[in-house]
Design a binder for this molecule. Structure first.
Ligand code: COA
Length: 253
């Protein structure tokens, strides 16, 4: 359990709630560590039949903490980057339990790419989805370069992942990675209803079928490794360091 997120088992559903609203739920290394633990520890727990991830009212997450990116970019030690973020992505790739997301407000960067690892996504009418990796001098992560074109086709994936175009909830539903769009005050109830529906199904048949529907975990971890290598190189680029610095100096101005 981290101060910035809670993990609660509600009957057969493990609910992970991001709670760092003062920083728009930006994800720290500590939050990634707790997220991975919550997913990994559910794998051999037969009592948990479904996982759910959600954020705060008005913000799912603004993505990776940019201060962490800046520090990693400026680190000249040459030491291999120990990243809880990568471990979180592995946890998503290897996860065998149905995963639901309930998104209200901003879903930026990994806040959007993690949705491609989900099985059922609910969005509120105020949700927006964006992946400004290229604007930050970076490259897509989280196996999104594999999963996004698979989910929405190359052209829409390019528009979002490379051109950085933001999608509304309705556009994300049309693109195929959001199931339903509901009013913000209906979001939690809709997500819990979907969880109950999944939990009521025969668990073994669900697990086998889910595995059939998804690319093999090894394909996902291989792509995550390729992206992570490039992402780590890009974090040290002058384009990326300038973009991170610009974000924080914008705040001072
Ligand atoms: N990393 C670190 N801090 C972040 C953050 C992030 N990803 N997103 C927001 N914050 C912080 C801001 O620095 C600010 O902190 P402060 O109050 O101490 O100055 C606080 O959260 C509120 O953000 P603010 O920018 O004032 O709110 P806003 O409503 O004007 O804008 C966002 C919200 C999310 C649109 C804007 O903060 C943003 O663009 N964040 C960066 C998103 C991003 O590029 N993520 C990485 C994707 S790979």
């Amino acid at each position: 359990m981290s101060g910035h997120l809670t993990v609660t088992d509600d009957e057969a559903t493990r609910v992970i709630t991001l709670r760092r609203p003062e920083k728009k739920n930006a994800l720290t290394q500590e939050m990634y560590r707790t997220l991975s633990e919550a997913i990994d520890s559910a794998q051999d727990n037969a009592a948990i039949r479904c996982l759910m991830i959600t954020g705060s009212a008005g913000v799912f997450t603004s993505g990776n903490d940019l201060d962490d990116f800046l520090k990693a970019g400026l680190d000249a030690s040459g030491a291999p980057r120990v990243s809880n973020a990568t471990n979180f992505l592995y946890a998503l790739a290897r996860n065998g339990k149905p995963l639901i997301a309930a998104v209200d407000g901003l879903a930026i960067g990994i806040g959007t790419t993690l949705l491609f690892h989900c099985d059922h996504v609910l969005a509120s009418t105020s949700a927006t989805f964006s992946t400004p990796f290229i604007q930050l001098g970076l490259v897509p992560e989280g196996a999104s370069s594999l999963l996004a074109p698979r989910a929405m086709g190359h052209h829409r994936a390019f528009s979002m992942l490379v051109m950085g175009r933001k999608l509304s909830a309705e556009q994300a539903r049309e693109a195929g990675f959001v199931n339903d769009v509901v009013a913000p005050d209906q979001l939690e109830a809709a997500a819990r209803k979907a969880a109950q529906e999944i939990c009521a199904l025969p668990a073994e048949a669900v697990a086998i079928s889910r595995k059939l529907l998804r690319p093999p975990a090894e394909d996902l971890t291989t792509r995550i490794d390729q992206e992570t290598k490039l992402f780590s190189e890009r974090m040290k680029s002058s384009e990326a360091i300038a973009a991170f610095t610009r974000f924080f100096s914008r705040k001072k101005g």
